[in-house]
Design a binder for this molecule. Structure first.
Ligand SMILES: [Zn+2]
Length: 105
């Protein structure tokens, strides 16, 4: 078991890192919570598949917005990536609809 703050080796029963004071429980709690980053990154790939980008990027935006309100510093990035994913999905489906309508598919 290593400290997530400074990398110092911790005793299994230690509640705090003796070197930097990071609480083990607090760190665990924060890392367990989703800030939507996984969905945000997934939305950057999911948009290629027809309509798959919509649910993934919307979940990413919702989760990142919640995490942002709770003060998660990574949530801003997750929110931005999810929005990019949603925009790419919209462009992709618009092109698909246009090509379908004009008989190019
Ligand atoms: Zn530490």
């Amino acid at each position: 078991m290593y400290c997530s703050g400074c990398g110092n080796q911790l005793l299994p029963e230690a509640e705090f890192c003796p070197k930097c004071g990071t609480s083990k429980n607090k760190v665990k709690e924060v890392s367990k919570k989703s800030n939507g980053m996984g969905y945000a990154i997934a939305s950057l790939f999911a948009w290629i598949l027809p309509l798959a980008g919509y649910p993934v990027s919307i979940i990413g935006i919702v989760k990142a917005s919640k995490a942002l309100q709770e003060g998660d510093p990574k949530a801003k990035t997750a929110l931005a990536l999810s929005i990019v994913g949603l925009v790419l999905t919209t462009i992709n489906s618009a092109i698909g609809a246009y090509m379908g309508a004009t008989g190019q598919l």
